[in-house]
Design a protein around this ligand. Structure first.
Ligand SMILES: [Zn+2]
Length: 536
């Protein structure tokens, strides 16, 4: 079949990948033909299959058009899809109406682009280029590939950190290449298949989620199993101090330490510092009789969990923007590493161990040197398009007010951080926020008034956020909330006066229940999720 005939057959349709490997209960051409027949009955327009024997059996049983591949283990021990013209020829002779081959950078090093031309010219079938990046797709289309398929995204060295289907990548591919795009790889739900079509794919290939019963079973089995006894290393990298420790699956801190953060010394010093903290955790975990299963890092600055990279940080930590935290610490430690913005990590900690257990919609605000924020909306932590989402501390509360670290004026951060609290008291009366909070407890009127002013600004911010997000819970954490019940009560009261429809809302303003170690426990929550995923 040529590309026009293929388009006719598959546009707006589902392609089902029917593959099994050695050792699989369904490893036989007969089984694959049965899977293909079931797929046809369910509405599949075409099949993707591996090897001449499976393809011949599937064509016989279903008469559906088949995209043929030949998986081959190469000298480097890694599998390559259809690495020779002879293998492509055998697929076509077995009945394949198209051939797919690995056109990633690695495939190209094995001559994939030349093979694209020769398959088209000598075998007369459509050619499907399996790629992982836009650059690879462009090269394959340039050499005559009839379709590009996102199959390899997440499975090459360059894209290895991507662990979910990305409809936004499909949209970028559609915009970049002139040949039709078929979405394939990590599509696990009908919603994701739909999102692929909405992003501009002409068809969608689904494999594992339909034709690998043991993989589907594994997901359910893992979801049902109680968390295994394990320990993780957790690091809370603040601008001033780094708190870190060994935490078990119940959130118990088994060992902990604090060190100064070398904030001003650049990315390399910070990464060495993190590797050092991770190393101490690993040693302590071993001493306690258990290896750390993963490392969680809650970091100042905006980290992107998916890429493990710091996307953006203020000048408070020069050089920190762009640091490849997860990769570097993973190489040093040899276990999975997750990195996340510190306030967002705290939200994960509250959800797993703290005040937000079982709560679907909640906000976190951390009140300290800065004001961090995180929003969990309908059960999902808000990340955003550039991993900068949920910067609740930069909500404006005073037009053209005090300058903020972000460069704007009048942000909640500039009115609800530790410096602001001191500013609200008589000039230079208190040396630190801690001193002021102690004076409030001792009944000092000036300190109480400062706290009242602070609570009003904080409540302005919280009320605006409540109106936007309609959360069930607003969790206040950070140094200023420690041992400061007055602040939480005052902020709660002031918030109530500023939100509409108060009588029908369920919102409560509460203090974090995780205490001084909240940041470390947030990092631990990230690591425990990673450990569970890694446990298969
Ligand atoms: Zn700001």
């Amino acid at each position: 079949m040529n590309s026009a005939q293929w388009m006719e057959a598959i546009r707006g349709r589902l392609i089902v990948s029917c593959q099994a490997s050695t050792g699989d209960a369904f490893y036989s051409p007969e089984s694959m033909a049965l899977f293909a027949a079931a797929a046809k009955a369910g509405g599949a327009a075409a099949i993707r299959a591996n090897g001449p024997r499976d393809i011949a059996a599937i064509v016989r049983a279903t008469a559906l058009p088949v995209i043929g591949i030949q998986k081959r283990t190469m000298d480097d021990g890694q599998v390559l899809i259809t690495p020779t013209l002879e293998e492509a020829r055998a697929l076509v002779e077995a009945g394949a109406a198209a051939v797919a081959l690995d056109c990633t950078a690695r495939g190209q090093r094995h001559g994939a682009l030349e093979r694209v031309r020769r398959i088209r010219e000598e075998l007369g079938v459509a050619v499907c280029a399996d790629i992982a990046t836009e650059t690879e797709a462009l090269a394959a289309a340039e050499c005559g590939a009839d379709f590009v398929l996102s199959t390899m995204r997440g499975y090459t060295d360059e894209t290895a950190r991507i662990r979910r289907f990305q409809p936004e990548f499909i949209a970028r591919l559609v915009a970049a290449v002139r040949v039709p795009v078929i979405a394939e790889g990590m599509i696990g739900t009908p919603e994701e298949a739909r999102a692929a079509m909405e992003a501009g794919a002409c068809a969608v290939v689904v494999g594992t989620a339909i034709t690998r019963p043991h993989e589907i079973t594994r997901l359910f089995a893992r979801a049902v199993r109680p968390p295994e006894a394990c320990v993780v290393a957790a690091i809370d990298l603040g601008a001033t101090n780094t708190k870190y420790g060994v935490v078990d699956q119940a959130g118990r801190m088994l060992w902990s330490a604090v060190e100064a953060t070398p904030s001003k010394e650049g990315a390399e010093a910070l990464l060495n510092h993190l590797a050092h903290c991770a190393g101490r955790c690993a040693a302590e975990a071993k001493r306690l009789g258990n290896a750390a299963a993963a490392i969680g890092i809650a970091a100042a600055g905006w980290a992107e969990r998916e890429s493990g990279r710091v996307v953006w940080a203020t000048e408070g930590m020069p050089g920190w923007s762009g640091a490849q935290v997860a990769r570097v610490v993973e190489e040093a430690s040899g276990v999975p590493v997750v990195v996340e913005n510190d306030a967002r990590a705290l939200a994960e900690g509250e959800r797993r161990f703290g005040a937000a257990k079982g709560v679907r919609d909640f906000l976190c605000l951390t009140l300290g040197t800065g004001v961090g924020g995180a929003a969990v909306v309908q059960g999902k932590l808000l990340g955003g398009a550039s991993a900068l989402g949920g910067a609740l501390g930069h909500l404006p509360v005073e037009p053209d007010g005090e300058p903020c670290a972000c460069g704007a004026r009048g942000c909640l951060e500039a009115y609800a951080n530790a410096a602001a609290l001191l500013r609200y008291a008589a000039p230079a009366r208190f040396g630190s926020a801690q001193e002021l909070i102690e004076a409030v407890q001792a009944g000092d009127d000036g300190a109480k008034r400062a706290l009242q002013t602070y609570a009003v600004y904080l409540a302005r911010g919280i009320a605006a956020l409540v109106n936007v997000f309609d959360p069930e819970l607003v969790v206040l954490g950070g140094g200023l909330v420690q041992g400061n019940a007055e602040l939480v009560a005052e902020a709660s009261r002031e918030t109530d006066r500023r939100i509409f429809a108060r009588e029908v809302r369920r919102v409560r303003v509460v203090a974090s229940s995780l205490g001084y170690e909240a940041g470390v426990l947030g990092a631990a929550a990230l690591a425990l999720d990673a450990a569970r995923e890694g446990a298969g």
